[in-house]
Design a protein around this ligand. Sequence first.
Ligand code: ZN
Length: 357
Amino acid sequence: MSSVPLQQALRHLQTAFGNFFAKRAKYPRYKSRKRSRASAEYTRSAFTWRDGRLTLAKTAGPLDIRWSRPLPQGAEPTTVTVSRDSAGRWFVSLLCEDTVAPAPGTGGAVGLDAGITSLVTLSTGEKIANPRHERRDRARLAKAQRELSRKAQGSANRAKARVKVARIHARIADRRRDFLHKLSTRLVRENQTVVIEDLTVRNLLRNGRLARAVSDAAWTELRSMLEYKCAWYGRELVVVDRWFPSSKLCGACGTVAAGMPLNVREWACGCGAVHDRDVNAARNILAAGLAVSACGDGVRPQRESSRTGRSSVKQEAQRVTAGFPAIRRGRSQPVLHLPTRRSAVSRIFTRATDSTT
Ligand SMILES: [Zn+2]
């Protein structure tokens, strides 16, 4: 076993305590042997990268890697992280410096309304169906969990059953992530400005009836993907205030309807306009976002917030502007002014790295 991952672990611990004493984070916790992702980080001196083959220190030969994608042209990995998830799968990720070419410009702008039946509704009227990955595997997951609960504590069979449950969870998460990546890449490619609503998913999760569907939809994951992809490709992401009455506002005349229960999918305004609930909301979000981005003015809630009386939580429309984020400060590395990203994550199909964890 190489000494480098051990030293790196101490460095990570030091960062954790540094963050704790600076009140940026809670007191560091131990990882779980069963649930956490086990990982070992190798720095430059602890691996060799030659002819596209990766050899870790103290291992006999190069790793047998199934690549997810090739490394960028001329890129040299600076850090290699080997990890194993709770489903027992091995991964290796290589950190490289890479410049992201800004995507060709488009004038498009789109507003997104998040929902359950349609994962998102675009202001163009397009509805993107919610694939509901969790629901598709729910029976399978329930069966595996039932079998796990029948096994004796601490037995080998229990450990095997636990891995089975973890594999089903991993399958759900993988499919969900794949879908969200494709969706967010498409939205960012096609549009210069993307407007979303600031949802508090945590509050929505308190609603027991919706909780499962809300967590399956993974809006937070979609939002964070949109955030970093907009930054990469020079797009603008505008976040509209969460108290903005996007569903109740008539996009044609600007009247705010009194109430709008969730089961109302289509409604007619006094002015004669008939709206699809979600498309109308997405259009309102787009209009509000464009107003923010044009004059830098916050989208103010209309009466809503005074009634709910939560002004402290109320947020002004914030602007996540694209640009070149300064990435990877500290750790004795120079501050880089080009966007970087973790370049390739691939799976290892070998047990050669067993000794590293
Ligand atoms: Zn109207």
